[in-house]
Design a binder for this molecule. Structure first.
Ligand code: SF4
Length: 236
């Protein structure tokens, strides 16, 4: 990784900066080694909209696990066309059928950590080769696990800078932006799905439930693994 920054100072400055300022900084400092990683949920959509005015050709990576809802595919196709995204659909080494033949049927029920490793974290790590920094839609209000999310950190799992420009935004602020600019969003949100992943591991929730409570409902698992790391708070 060729970039070195004082993360403590940057995080202090970024707390009162706008997401646009942070995206501008990231684009200016990482240039072609910056990517957006998004599953096209609401924060990702706002990120991509803001980048239209800042750095519209920024590479966008999305994980196509083979278990994505049809509604999510439709949204990705629509936004790819509307924003003319420089988009890569990152796919696992094995198809769903090949995985079933190697590891047995319905691996996500028996060992979701292994399934996420094969279909999400390993393909993402591979796709991030050549990038020094990646932008994520993590927000502190999404769950207790995410309550201390720094705006910029070094992600120890990928060894790269991870930038969360919306870490201190609320879900309400994101929806206000989406409606103000009349941006499209996943229609599943209107059917009780506040957080959307693979159809195999996502269910609708009832009003008042934690927004990520519909993910991996029958397991203690709360994260796919992409964001499980110990952030290195100071410059490397
Ligand atoms: S969310 Fe479920 S189906 Fe998707 S990769 Fe993880 S365990 Fe597998």
């Amino acid at each position: 990784m060729s970039h070195q920054f004082d993360l403590h100072t940057l995080n202090q400055q970024f707390e009162s900066a706008t997401p646009q300022d942070i995206l501008r900084w990231a684009s200016a400092n990482f240039g072609e080694t910056l990517a957006v990683v998004t599953s096209f949920q609401i924060t990702g959509i706002v990120t991509l909209h803001m980048l239209q005015d800042i750095a519209p050709h920024t590479p966008v990576l999305t994980l196509d696990t083979g278990f994505i809802f049809p509604e999510t595919h439709q949204l990705i196709d629509a936004l790819e066309h509307r924003f003319m995204l420089n988009l890569t659909r990152v796919r696992p080494q094995q198809s769903a059928i090949e995985q079933a033949s190697t590891y047995g049927d319905r691996l996500w029920e028996r060992n979701p950590d292994q399934c996420c490793r094969l279909r999400k974290t390993q393909p993402l790590d591979q796709a991030l080769r050549g990038f020094d920094g990646w932008i994520t839609g993590l927000r502190r209000d999404q769950s207790l696990n995410r309550a201390n999310t720094p705006i910029i950190s070094i992600d120890s799992r990928t060894g790269r800078y991870k930038i969360a420009p919306f870490a201190n935004w609320s879900e309400e602020m994101i929806w206000t932006y989406i409606h103000a600019y009349q941006l499209p969003y996943n229609t599943l949100h209107e059917m009780g799905y506040p957080s959307i992943g693979c159809w195999t591991c996502t269910r609708a929730v009832t009003v008042g439930d934690d927004i990520r409570s519909g993910r991996w409902t029958n397991h203690s698992k709360t994260e796919c693994g992409i964001h499980l790391s110990h952030e290195v708070k100071q410059h490397a």
